[in-house]
Design a protein around this ligand. Sequence first.
Ligand code: ADP
Ligand code: ADP
Ligand code: ZN
Length: 216
Amino acid sequence: MRLILIGPPGSGKGTQAKLLSENLRLFHFATGDVLREAIEKDTSEGRKAKPFMTAGQLVPDAIVNEIVAAQFRGSDKPRDFVLDGYPRTIAQAIALDHVLAEQSLGLDAVVFLNGDDEEIVRRLGNRWTCPNTMCNAVYHALFKPAKVAGKCDLCQTPLYQRDDDKPATIRKRLQVFHECHDAILRHYRDQNLLIEVCGSGDIEAIHAKLVNTLRV
Ligand code: ADP
Ligand code: ADP
Ligand code: ZN
């Protein structure tokens, strides 16, 4: 199965993409994770992306499109995947259409995980992330606490709070999302791929609803 998860920051894309990837054996591909890894490794892409990410703005399309194209053109290209956090602009959606057409990979569904802005600010203020780039697990101080406070359940690495999970930057990211999302949703609605799922409620219940909606 080939899926895209679209939604505002904090709507639970990463959390749900991880569950789908485990249960449906999909490759979980999150451009945010790839970009944070590039920054951590201080690559030229990372150096270019960092100021945009810190400011809560989108990284330029050319950089992100190249990351995605390289993944799909490489030797370990995925056939079944869940894309999390990409595409975020119409130019990215069009670039992805080209890359997938070139690889003869059709999408099965695009899920719009909807969320309420105020709940998002509350969620992201309490998000704790595993910095291990092989893991990238995500926790929440109240809703998904780590078993040992401050340590990743999966790899024991100390957790951190993302630089861009500060209230002012969260609001900037939400504004950026609202500016772009209509066009993206229209793009996939026109292709008859769009499914809308409400992102509030229990994490496992949302996962069950997703699996049910995707009828797998
Ligand atoms: P969240 O899951 O909270 O929405 P992400 O990890 O997906 O956050 O993204 C964090 C930041 O990385 C974004 O605010 C943006 O700066 C950058 N980024 C990630 N994906 C993209 C993309 N597809 N296009 C442009 N910038 C991106
Ligand atoms: P996104 O990738 O869309 O930015 P995340 O999956 O990283 O979102 O979730 C943002 C924060 O909210 C994390 O701390 C996560 O543990 C928490 N979270 C995710 N889904 C839910 C939910 N259904 N209820 C409460 N908290 C959630
Ligand atoms: Zn970890």
